[in-house]
Design a protein around this ligand. Structure first.
Ligand code: 17E
Ligand code: FE2
Length: 421
């Protein structure tokens, strides 16, 4: 049996340091001065550094990473729609090996910044499902290092791309975990509505989660979120459902948003905001005043609706500068969202950890608690405020009780060779 004790961990919101005793990759006991009790086991001293559950990236497109510089990059309008067009023009030439190679680099970068769980969209509007095959293989190959959920995402539409709905269903049969959709991109409102109903139907049929690219537009008339929330509420599937982006909420009239919030709360739906991505892609049709493009993160959070942040893009036709560091995403998110009270700052790490775990529906096994998976990261700060103020990196990443890697501040330890296998 593998036993290990990590001592002097500064856990969230706690004044005094705690010791974490782990057996076979699971937290067995958490408390003060456990060293005496477990004197015979290996002991690692965390020196009072802030110790939190690993970062989670709940929304990334691993099949798109590092395609930003292909001919015809998104240089004309900088919009979502040009991004989709540019992607559509190049995607058919990609091979499974090339997609795997690119995605692997992105995963490694995320891991080195402290991510241990990801949820990736994979474009299934491709009759060959090449990207899906690539990411399914990669998920298996890297499963000891990172946990990956896969969304069957019809980037060009379920009903605005030939057989889009059937391709989504095929992807679910092949092993995708989550049903995706993009109602605001369908040709008409009616097709968008049909795609949401189909999403719920497929999730029920195959017992899958739901994550919809929903209202990623400044158009205040884009109201697919209410339809999604209403459908999953009536089907008792809210906790398993996520609406990503919901940018239009930033343009809704307050009277409508007030009504919508009641339904969001009732339904227990999860919301993902992508701060860097949507500050960049939205507001593009405005002169001044210019909208921020972000959903109502602060208000959702205050209302007790689960909301979290994601990277979305790492150098793809939508956004050139994602580097896989969730701390950067958090930094942008709390600025754009006006979340700057002391309480909001010290609690903000939840937006890239525990809130994201709820979104991925892994909350029963995620977190630094007895009985849960012994996965955690140690930040290069002694408290939450300093961590955010200094935008610190991580010192250690621990997975199932074992050190995945350690970093001196800004210097990567040589133990990393085991990522290159
Ligand atoms: N596809 C999409 O529909 N929206 C995005 N933000 C990205 C890809 C990155
Ligand atoms: Fe996305």
């Amino acid at each position: 049996m593998e036993k290990i004790l990590y001592k002097n961990a500064r856990l969230k919101g706690m004044e005094e340091v705690q010791d974490l005793y782990i057996e076979n990759g699971i937290f067995k006991e958490i408390g003060k001065e456990l060293e005496k009790k477990y004197s015979e086991v290996k002991i690692i001293d965390l020196d009072g550094y802030l110790t939190i559950p690993p970062y989670i990236d709940p929304h990334i497109h691993l099949d798109y990473v590092y395609t930003a510089r292909r001919p015809g990059a998104n240089n004309n309008t900088g919009t979502l729609f040009e991004g989709i067009q540019r992607w559509s023009e190049t995607k058919s030439s990609m091979t499974k090996e090339e997609i795997k190679e690119r995605a692997k680099i992105a995963i490694k970068k995320q891991m080195l910044h402290g991510t241990q769980y990801m949820r990736t969209h994979v474009d299934v509007t491709d009759p060959n499902l090449t990207a899906l095959k690539a990411i399914l293989e990669l998920r298996e190959e890297m499963k000891d290092l990172i946990e990956i959920q896969i969304i069957a995402f019809p980037q060009e539409g379920m009903y605005s791309y030939k057989d889009g709905d059937k391709l989504v269903e095929k992807a679910l049969q092949m092993g995708a975990d989550v049903v995706g959709a993009i109602p605001h991109f369908e040709f008409t409102w009616e097709l968008g509505e049909k795609s949401i109903k189909k999403t719920v139907e497929l999730a029920k049929k195959y017992n899958k989660l739901i994550d919809v690219h929903c209202d990623e537009t400044d158009d205040p008339n884009s109201r697919f979120l209410e339809l999604l929330a209403g459908e999953v509420y009536m089907n008792d599937m809210g906790e398993k459902t996520t609406a990503s982006h919901t940018c239009a909420m930033g343009s809704y009239d307050n009277a409508y948003a007030f009504k919508l919030f009641r339904l969001l709360k009732l339904s227990n739906i999860n919301i993902i905001a992508c701060p860097t991505e949507n500050i960049h892609l939205q507001g593009r049709y405005d002169t001044y005043p210019k909208r921020r493009g972000l959903t109502r993160v602060k208000e959702l959070n205050d209302a007790g609706i689960n909301v979290c942040f994601a990277q979305d893009s790492m150098s793809d036709p939508w956004y050139p500068l994602g580097n896989g560091n969730l701390m950067t995403i958090l930094d942008f998110g709390i600025h754009i969202g006006h979340m700057m009270t002391f309480e909001e700052i010290i609690n903000s790490l939840d937006l890239i950890t525990v809130n994201s775990a709820k979104t991925l529906h892994i909350q029963d096994r995620y977190g630094i608690e007895v009985g849960k998976e012994a996965n955690f990261i140690v930040l290069d700060a002694k408290n939450e405020f300093d961590a955010i103020l200094e935008r610190v990196g991580i010192k250690k990443s621990i997975r199932y009780g074992k050190i995945l890697f350690e970093k001196e501040p800004q210097v990567i330890d040589s133990k990393l060779e085991f990522f290159t296998k």
